[in-house]
Design a protein around this ligand. Sequence first.
Ligand code: PMP
Length: 312
Amino acid sequence: MQTRDRQIWLDGRFVPWGDATVHLLSHSLQRGSLVFDYLSVHETPRGPACFRLPEHLQRFRDSCELVGLPQTRSSQELTEAVVETVRRNEDVRAVKVCAYLASLELDVVPADDHVTVAIAAYDPLADTVQPAGGRKRVEAVRIWLEKQARQRRPDIVSPHAKVAANYVSPMTAKWKAKRAGYDEILLIDARGMVAEGPTTNVFCVDADGVLWTPPDEGVLLGVTRRSILEIAKHAGYTVREEAIAPEFLFDASEAFLTGTSAGVWPVESIDDRLVGDGRPGPVSQTLSQHFRRIVRGEDPAFEHWLTYVDAT
Ligand code: PMP
C-alpha cells in the first residue's frame, strides 16, 4: 500500500493520509501539548494483532488526564477505532493514537478546548522519513549516559505522561550524543540515578543474575518494560524495581533497553565502557527471544496480550 493511500481516523471519520494536518499556529504545535501513545502491530498465524492494546489505551487516557486534556472518547470507542484503522490499512507495523488542541490559540490555556483525537496505522520504515543510507539496527547499542540535563522531574511534567513537550530535553541531549558517535542515550533523574532512555526503559543484570530496572515513579510506564518484568518472573528470574546508580549500571554483566520500537535491545557499552563482554548476554537473549515469540502469537500462555484485528 502506498503511503498516500493510507487512511487516518480523525475525530470519528476516516480521512486520506495527506489531509491529516494541523495549522502552523495550533496550540499543540506551538506549546508541545500533544498527547500520544504508540503501539506495535504484528503478523501472527491469526492475522495482524495489536500488542497490549488495552494497556496502551489506558496509558493514553492517563496521559490526557495528567496533562489536563479533556477526555472526549471512551476506551471502547478508541479500541474499535484502532482496530478499524488497522483493518483499513495494509502492512501496518505500528499505531499512533494522538490527542491535540488543533485550535489557533493566544494563551497557554486554550479558549477552544476541543481535543481532536487521531489514529494513524502505518509502517514506520516505509511511511516516515529515514536517515540517509537507511536505518541500520545494530545488534547491541552504544550508549552515552547524559549527566548534565537531569530529567524526569515529576515536579515539572509527570514522567508518566506521553506528551510532546517531554521529548524536547531528551532530543537535545541525544542529538549531541549522536553527533559524538553514540547510538542512544540514557537519562538520569533529579537525584542522579539512572532513569530511562528518550523512548525506552532500561534493565540491567547483576553478577548474581538478578534483573534490575528503575522503579515506576521516575519513568514512563513502558508496556514493554511491564511485559518483560512479567515474562522474567514467569521464567523464574528474580526482579528488582529499585533505584539504579550509574556505577551499578557500569558494573552490570548485561544491560538492555526495552520499548515498542526497540523490543529488547542489548547494550554494548556505556560511555565507551563495555557492558559484560559487549555482546548480547544470555538473559537479554532469552528474554528477547521469548518476547518475540509472544508478539508473533507463538506462546499460548501470553496470547491474551494480543488483540486480533480480524477476529469477528
Ligand atoms: N520511556 C519513554 C520516555 C518512552 O517514550 C517510551 C516509548 N513509549 C518508553 C519508555 C517505552 O515504552 P513502551 O515499552 O510502552 O514503548
